[in-house]
Design a protein. Structure first.
Length: 454
């Protein structure tokens, strides 16, 4: 691939979103003195809550603890916004004080509180800021591991998003005949979730057109091409639209279009019509087109990418900190690269479909460098805030060299570094053992409120 972020998306991904914040603030019940605090005292009964202030990502969890003194009855009731146990809008809390942030954010202020069952007027509360940020890890299984176990593993690390790559030729094996077997993984993923689902429909996949054979030479904006894709997309969304949160029409399209510049205009016309169709069929689904980091930030292709995204709901891109020959760049570049990512989309929120860093020593890399990359990505993401709504690390486990060579052949990539690159992107080894990058991800996810705080 010409761009430094070249790769492909043949695995089930993970995918996660963010831009609104919801604050759960505490209006405390107080004694007759009328003073607010995070405890309440009257007639010798005192209730306290810990911690008193936290920040969580969407779908994140926080274990609260309480203490009741001045009474032999230490039983308590937990509530969110005055409702026992909370609800899906403002978050829920268990009888043991485990709070789970909502899977979608509604604006407003709510209260998480704990009250004494001895005297319900004695309560304490905590301030919780819920960020609309979704963490994802592409849940590729290790050798001998089931897909469900891989999904459980990433969910335990704080991932609440997952990506699904679908291929038009598989979904329409013959003209007008649809086979959505490939899309059934959406249901399987949700059984292990819930997860926010980001779907990618190839059309273009990095270096190649990913279309039915009889459309191989049809212009993107020809009536035949558009009608066929429109019919397939309509059938797909009628069946699965309520289960997905966002959809990308094309993956790393700037690579193919950069090599075939006369097709930019046709693809832009096609994409604009299909984006409008998605909004007509299901306005709740966010639509976009995925490009590479290099293509989106390059002085020549950047304006063309911006033109495509003029009709997007989310600015979608993939980010790999590697050079054009797939060797790693120093992880210190992450902060500056994220500044460029934000500059590429000054208004629209951003979805980072794939974020990765290889560990292969043949490329001059290491587990330590990948771990530092992961740490730096979390830092840059937290600085960016809700502007980056969904960030998916690629990949959970390394693939086999044989599988990576197949992908290289499909993409027509002859650079031998590609196999070493693609086969070492996992945060864990192919045998299911941890790399330092996985340890770093779990540490950062916990520190940034994607999982329960210690």
């Amino acid at each position: 691939m010409v761009d430094s972020d070249l790769h492909c998306s043949f695995h089930t991904h993970l995918v996660l979103f963010g831009a609104l914040a919801i604050t759960i603030s505490a209006v405390m019940a107080c004694s007759c003195g009328g003073v607010s605090s995070n405890s309440a005292t009257q007639s010798g009964v005192t209730v306290t809550i810990s911690p008193s202030k936290v920040s969580l990502a969407i779908g994140g969890t926080q274990q609260f603890t309480d203490q009741v003194t001045g009474s032999s009855n230490t039983a308590v009731t937990w509530s969110v916004n005055g409702g026992d146990g909370g609800n899906s809008t403002f978050g829920t809390i268990s009888s043991s004080g485990l709070y789970t942030a909502p899977s979608t954010v509604s604006p407003g202020t709510v209260t998480v509180s704990v009250s004494s069952q001895e005297d319900s007027s004695k309560q304490a509360s905590a301030l919780v800021t819920v960020r609309l940020q979704v963490l994802a890890v592409a849940a590729s299984p290790a050798q001998g591991m089931s897909a469900s176990d891989a999904l459980s593993l990433v969910r335990s690390a704080g991932a609440r998003g997952q990506g699904v790559d679908l291929h038009w030729p598989a979904m329409e094996p013959s003209p007008g005949v649809y086979d959505f077997t490939e899309a059934n993984q959406i249901d399987m993923i949700q059984l292990q979730g819930p997860f926010q689902i980001h779907v990618t429909l190839g059309v273009i996949n990095t270096t190649v057109r990913q279309v039915p054979a009889d459309l191989a030479s049809a212009p993107f904006d020809s009536a035949q091409f558009e009608t066929r894709f429109e019919n397939m997309l309509t059938a797909f969304l009628n069946q699965f639209g309520s289960k997905i949160d966002s959809i990308a029409i094309g993956n790393e399209v700037d690579v193919y279009l950069g090599a075939n510049p006369t097709e930019w205009s046709a693809y832009a016309n096609f994409y604009g019509k299909m984006a409008a169709l998605v909004r007509t069929l299901d306005p709740s689904i966010k639509v976009g087109v995925t490009t590479t980091f290099g293509g989106a930030t390059d002085t020549q292709t950047g304006p063309l990418v911006a033109g495509l995204n003029a009709v997007s709901d989310l600015f979608m891109m993939n980010y790999y900190a590697v050079n054009s020959n797939f060797t790693p760049r120093d992880p210190s570049v992450v902060a500056g690269d994220f500044t460029r990512i934000l500059a590429a989309s000054p208004v629209k929120p951003i979805l980072l479909h794939e974020v990765g860093f290889p560990t292969s020593t043949a490329l001059g890399s290491s587990e330590q460098l990948q771990a530092q990359f992961v740490t730096n990505v979390f830092s840059a993401w937290m600085n960016a805030g809700d502007k980056i709504q969904f960030l998916s690390f690629f990949l959970l486990h390394d693939d086999t060299p044989q599988a990576c060579q197949v992908i290289a052949n499909q993409l027509g990539i002859s650079d031998p570094n590609f196999v070493a690159f693609f086969c070492s992107l996992g945060l864990r080894n192919s045998d299911g053992t941890d790399k330092l990058g996985w340890t770093a991800l779990k540490t950062e996810a916990q520190a940034d409120g994607f999982t329960a705080q210690p």
